[in-house]
Ligand binder design. Structure first.
Ligand code: NAP
Length: 297
C-alpha cells in the first residue's frame, strides 16, 4: 500500500497545515532536500515556504495527491476532519501521518477514516517547540501502520527523535497526553510554589534555578523509581516513610495559607497520606498513594 521513493532520492512530502508547527515541519523537510508540496486554509501562510522552494497546491486534495507521504498538522481534530473531508480519496495508496494533537480515540477514528480511503495511517505526537524541529530536542511519538512507519522512518526521523509505540494508532497519543499532562500537573504546582517564594520576598528566578539544579540531579531516579513501584505494586519508602512525610503536611499547608497561596493540592496530598497511613501503610513512600488514585489497576 505504501510507496517510497527508490534509491537515495528524498521522499516527496506534502504538508497540510502551515501554522507555526506545520510551517516548521515543511521547512525542515525542505532543508533536508525533500520535494515539498504545501497547502493551508489561509493561502498567504504558504508564501515564505514557496520562496524556500515548496510547491503550493490550490487545494488540500491536490496537495495530498502530489506525494506518497502526506503530513497533517492542524490546530485540532475539528480542523483535521474538515480538511480530510476535502482530501477524500486523494490519499489512496499513500501514508497519512497526522501530527495534530488529540486524544487516542480521535487518532483511532482518523485511522478508520484512512482505512476507508485506502491510506496507511500513522499518528504522531509532537513534544517540541517549532524552532526545535530538525534537532535532537524535538521528540515525537508515533503509532499506527508498522509497514508505513518502517517505509518512511528515515524521513520522519529528520524531524527529530521519534519512538514508535505499536500498531494501535492511539498509542502515540497516549504517550503525548501523558507527557504533556505530566508537565502541566508538575508546573501548576511549581507556579503555586513560586507564589509562596515571591510572597516571602525571595527571588523566584534564583529559586527556580536551584530547583532546576535539583530536578536535574535528583528527580530522574525518583521518577523512575515511582514508575517501577506503580508497575510492581510495591511501594518502598521513596522520599521517606509516609508516616514521617505526613508530619510535615500541616506546616506546609499552614505556610501556604498564611501567605495567601492556594492549598488545594497540598490538602489533597495530606488527605491521601492520612488515608494510606490509616489503612496500615505508613511505612510506604510517596508512591504508596497510587492505589488511592482510581479504580483501574
Ligand atoms: P497554529 O499556528 O495555530 O496553526 C493552526 C493551523 O490549523 C493553521 O494551519 C490553521 O489554518 C489550521 N486550521 C485551524 N482550523 C482549521 C480549519 N477548521 N480548517 C482548516 N485549517 C484549520 O497551531 P500550531 O502551533 O501550528 O499547532 C498545530 C498542532 O501542533 C496542534 O495540534 C498543536 O497542539 C501541535 N503542537 C504545537 C506546538 C507548538 O509549540 N506550536 C507544540 C507541540 C504540538 P489557518 O492558517 O487558515 O488559520
Amino acid at each position: 500500500m505504501t510507496t517510497t521513493t527508490g534509491g537515495d532520492s528524498p521522499t516527496p512530502v506534502t504538508v497540510l497545515g502551515l501554522g507555526a508547527m506545520g510551517s516548521a515541519i515543511a521547512r525542515t523537510f525542505l532543508d533536508r532536500g525533500h520535494p515539498v508540496t504545501v497547502w493551508n486554509r489561509t493561502a498567504g501562510k504558504a508564501a515564505p515556504l514557496a520562496e524556500a522552494g515548496a510547491s503550493v497546491a490550490a487545494g488540500a486534495a491536490e496537495a495530498a495527491a502530489a506525494s506518497p507521504l502526506v503530513v497533517v498538522c492542524l490546530l485540532d481534530y475539528d480542523a483535521v476532519d474538515a480538511v480530510l473531508a476535502d482530501v477524500g480519496g486523494a490519499v489512496e495508496g499513500k501514508a497519512l501521518v497526522n501530527l495534530t494533537s488529540g486524544s487516542p480515540a480521535q487518532a483511532r477514528a482518523t485511522e478508520r477514516w484512512a482505512a476507508e480511503h485506502g491510506a496507511a495511517y500513522i499518528d504522531g505526537g509532537i513534544m517540541a517547540d517549532p524552532p526545535d524541529l530538525g534537532t535532537s530536542h524535538a521528540h515525537f511519538s508515533f503509532s499506527g501502520s508498522r509497514a508505513a512507519f518502517e517505509a518512511h522512518e528515515p524521513t520522519l526521523m529528520e524531524l527529530g527523535n521519534g519512538t514508535y509505540y505499536g500498531e494501535d494508532a492511539g498509542l502515540a497519543s497516549v504517550e503525548f497526553m501523558a507527557q504533556v499532562g505530566t508537565a502541566y500537573e508538575l508546573l501548576i504546582g511549581f507556579l503555586h510554589t513560586l507564589r509562596l517564594v515571591k510572597a516571602e520576598g525571595a527571588d523566584p528566578a534564583e529559586f527556580a534555578d536551584r530547583v532546576a539544579d535539583s530536578v536535574a540531579a535528583s528527580y530522574p531516579p525518583l521518577i523512575s523509581g515511582i514508575g517501577k513501584a506503580v508497575r510492581d505494586g510495591a511501594f518502598p519508602p521513596d522520599m521517606g516513610p509516609l508516616s514521617v512525610q505526613a508530619a510535615l503536611m500541616d506546616d506546609l499547608i499552614e505556610h501556604r495559607r498564611s501567605n495567601g497561596v492556594d492549598t488545594t493540592r497540598m490538602v489533597e496530598v495530606k488527605r491521601l497520606m492520612d488515608r494510606r497511613i490509616a489503612d496500615g501503610h505508613g511505612e510506604e513512600g510517596f508512591s504508596g498513594l497510587f492505589p488511592l488514585l482510581g479504580e483501574k489497576g
